[in-house]
Design a protein around this ligand. Structure first.
Ligand code: PHB
Length: 391
């Protein structure tokens, strides 16, 4: 009697396992992306979402025999919203992957990602430390350090001696300023002052005026994508475009989303960046054309984080034969290499951070519109802050 009961129990358990197994095989693999679709950072969220959707449109919504479902949640740029939405995506939606957006939300999400064991692609944040906050974070965006050291070296080599930094006052700005100053002073330059501009609704005018009064030969500026248009307008109004002071920065200040509307203001401005819509590869030409068709505007540096983020997830699923176990997925992602619209990129197996080319670019008018034209390439650049730590 007792044995019959036990056997029946085993059979029931086996049936349950088969049912659970086949249910997950049929269910879509859900990818929950937590990004700002409203509020001050809406332009950034919109670009990354458009990049991710374009990838799915081009490559289909089936990977390794399983359907993919993209779920976009709007954190409005507020970390507490991001935490709540992440919790819901993990517990209620049972997502297999997450996408993380801007730095403050990515920081807030990290403990939930770790506890829930969900492979998470960081698609926007540019702050070095973010990927260290969870072993399940892998980045397809960029770091500010990757760009800021290279532009400091370029400025020194081209005669800059005295700089003023104007930085958007949050973690990526601090990082951009820190790496710029390290390289600039190492090269014999002097940073006269560092001015911090509030992140929300920025008014650059008083800071630009203060910077000008200090009489530097160079201005290093970081503002996040979405604020370049305002910066350009106030820069022109203050007469800085004609002041003889050299403006440099990471690619964000000549964001392709805003650049077409900046007229002649930024012509001649040199930046170090990982993506320009003018990048001359066929992969990029196809991307820019498809992106313009889908959205009506130019692809920018933020969009490729979403596009490449989806590529990373698709390729990892191919490698794991559709298995979504976070440890297996992260192992599959480590060391992965591919051709992005921005050029060749890979995932550093040690840090899970992106390795990518950094290009020196000059804004020039081509066919009546300003574009960041690449003229020098630094290949396979890692995040310098993590490299310095590892020494
Ligand atoms: C960030 O969230 O770290 C971030 C967002 C937009 C940028 C740069 C950094 O342009």
């Amino acid at each position: 009697m007792c044995r019959r009961f036990l056997v029946a129990g085993y059979v029931a358990a086996a049936i349950l396992v088969i049912e659970v197994g086949s249910a997950t095989a049929q269910d879509a693999i859900k990818i929950g992306v937590v990004i700002p679709m409203t509020g001050a950072f809406a332009p950034v969220g919109r670009e990354v979402a458009a990049g991710a959707k374009l990838y799915i449109q081009q490559h289909g919504d089936t990977v390794a025999g399983q359907k993919i479902e993209l779920i976009i949640r709007d954190d409005a740029g507020v970390p507490d919203n991001g935490k709540r939405l992440t919790q819901e995506l993990i517990v209620k939606e049972r997502v297999s992957f997450l996408g993380a957006g801007i730095t403050p939300t990515a920081m807030a999400m990290a403990p939930l990602v770790t506890e829930g064991k969900v492979a998470t692609v960081v698609m926007i944040s540019g702050t070095s430390v973010v990927t260290e906050r969870s072993p399940y974070y892998v980045r397809t965006s960029f770091t500010l350090g990757q760009q800021s050291g290279i532009i400091a070296d370029w400025a020194i080599q081209n005669g800059s001696k005295k700089a003023v930094c104007i930085l958007s006052d949050w973690a990526p700005g601090t990082e951009a300023g820190k790496v710029f100053e390290q390289h600039f002073t190492k090269g014999g330059g002097q940073v006269l002052d560092t001015l911090r501009v509030p992140l929300a609704n920025p008014d650059f005018a008083p800071f630009l005026q203060r910077a000008r009064d200090l009489q530097p030969d160079t201005l290093f500026v970081f503002v996040p994508a979405g604020q370049a248009g305002t910066l350009a307008r106030q820069y022109a109004e203050r007469g800085l475009a004609k002041s003889g002071i050299r403006l440099v920065g990471p690619g964000d200040i000549v964001d392709d989303d805003d650049l077409p509307g900046t007229g002649d203001t930024f012509l001649g401005v040199v930046t170090a960046g990982f993506y320009s819509a003018a990048h001359a590869s066929q992969t990029n030409k196809d991307y820019v054309a498809a992106y313009a068709k889908a959205t009506g505007h130019r692809a920018n540096l933020i969009s490729v984080g979403g596009y490449d983020g989806m590529h990373l997830i698709y390729q990892a699923l191919e490698k794991t034969n559709g298995k979504t176990d976070a440890d297996a997925v992260i192992a599959a992602m480590k060391g992965m290499k591919w051709e992005s619209p921005r050029g060749p990129i890979s995932i550093d197996p040690r840090t899970r951070d992106i390795v990518q080319n950094i290009y020196i670019r000059k804004v020039e008018k081509v066919n009546g519109e300003p574009w960041a034209m690449e003229f020098a390439t630094f290949e396979a650049v890692k995040d310098p802050l993590k490299e310095a730590e590892a020494q």
